[in-house]
Design a protein around this ligand. Structure first.
Ligand code: PLP
Length: 379
């Protein structure tokens, strides 16, 4: 199961909101729902006064179910469908981030008015895995500055669209503040607008050795650049996902078998069905036996999942205290993108999400059932 420390989640949301407001009062924190897209998490963000970034129709549906004000939603997507644009129109979503000229065609075709941001490629490389890098030249997201200029002019001529501002997002799991700061000037070069959405991307702490910048350090750099380059009266938005939720949750597994040989494999009742971060981009996690956390002299093991892939490794090399069948193993920092990318590989029933607060636990997403696995098979 995925256990979320609700108080930690709320504290992080508040920290982001207060630290941003202290540096740039005309500002908004918008949680990137994709990092943990379920109504319970989105509701916490709404209750803490945050907006929500929604990438597509599914996240619109859960955001609205969570009680979000549609005016505080920011719709993203590099391939928004007609249906998703229609949903934006129907619900009156606050900002639509235009990624391409086809978005503009579709928005105009709704016959409604829309506030638009244009997503710009800032041309910034950051040190992170290639699959989560998005602000570099050649990215599939957004428009190079010259193409953005053309689309901005088209939106400004549109009778239905209001050109509100610009958006940039450098990438994810970025452990250095400098690329964020560098992403601001390329936006300023495109003109003055009322809104600048500077994206998310701050890295989370996954391993004992990781030292991600703190929220104040990140915002000092980002807002420092905003003060230098952006109009003082503009609204600034940030869209944290991973750094908002990763550290607030841990996945708890049962040890199913321990196989000792050249390598000791500790296999658990989960794996890449509930955590694709390892297989997708080699993210390292830590792990411990839940009731014997300290294991400086523990056995060096490879913690693996139950799926039919040799790549289904949760932690390649971790010390566990005398692991045995039936132990509970905790893998911390699984709050970001793990629930998101959970899947049914090998008939996996996706795991439940439990909120813990003040010594009490509450189920917020139930475990899938065998029947759920059959529910879509109609032929
Ligand atoms: C447009 C946009 N904003 C924000 C985010 C959140 O990024 P992160 O989870 O790294 O903070 C993403 C993630 O891919 C994104 O694409």
């Amino acid at each position: 199961m995925l256990v979320v420390a609700e108080d930690a989640l709320r504290a992080r949301a508040r920290e982001y909101r207060e630290e941003l407001a202290a540096r740039w009062p005309r500002s908004r924190v918008v949680f990137a729902s994709k990092a943990f897209p379920c109504t319970a998490v989105q509701r916490v963000m709404v209750e803490e006064g945050l907006g929500l970034d929604v990438a597509g129709g599914g996240e619109i549906v859960t955001a609205l179910a969570a009680g979000a004000d549609p005016a505080l939603l920011v719709l993203h997507g590099n391939a928004k469908s007609d249906e998703e644009i229609a949903m934006a129109a129907e619900h009156g979503i606050g900002l639509v981030v235009v990624d391409n000229a086809d978005d503009v065609d579709r928005l105009e075709a709704t016959g409604r008015e829309h506030d638009a941001l244009v997503r710009v490629i800032p041309g910034v490389e950051a040190e992170t895995h290639a699959s989560v890098l998005t602000g570099h030249e050649g990215s599939k997201f957004g428009l190079a500055p010259a193409a953005a200029v053309e689309l901005i002019a088209r939106i400004e001529r549109s009778p239905r669209l209001r050109m509100r501002g610009l958006h940039a997002h450098v990438g994810s799991q970025i452990l250095d503040v400098e690329p964020f700061a560098r992403s601001v000037a390329p936006l300023a070069a495109l003109g003055e607008f009322p809104v600048y959405d500077l994206g998310g991307g701050l890295g989370a702490r996954y391993t004992y050795d990781d030292r991600p910048p703190s929220v104040p350090e990140y915002l000092d750099a980002l807002i420092g650049a905003a003060r230098e380059h952006l109009p003082a009266e503009a609204e600034v938005i940030v869209e944290p996902g991973r750094s908002m939720v990763a550290a607030a949750a841990a996945t708890i597994y049962h040890v199913v078998t321990v196989k000792r040989g050249a390598v000791t494999f500790v296999a658990v009742d989960g794996g890449m069905g509930d955590n694709l971060e390892v297989a997708l981009f080699g993210q390292r996690f830590e792990a411990a036996i839940a009731d014997r956390l300290e294991a400086p002299d523990g056995e060096l093991v490879t913690l693996v999942g139950r799926h039919c892939e040799s790549g289904d490794v949760l932690v390649d090399g971790v010390r566990l205290d005398a692991p045995r069948v039936g132990d509970l193993v905790a893998v911390p920092a699984t709050g970001a993108y793990c629930h998101t990318m959970a899947n049914n590989y090998n008939g996996n029933r996706r795991i439940p999400v439990v909120f813990a607060s003040g010594g009490a636990a509450r189920l917020v997403v139930r475990r899938e059932t065998w029947d759920d696995l059959l529910a879509r098979d109609v032929g």
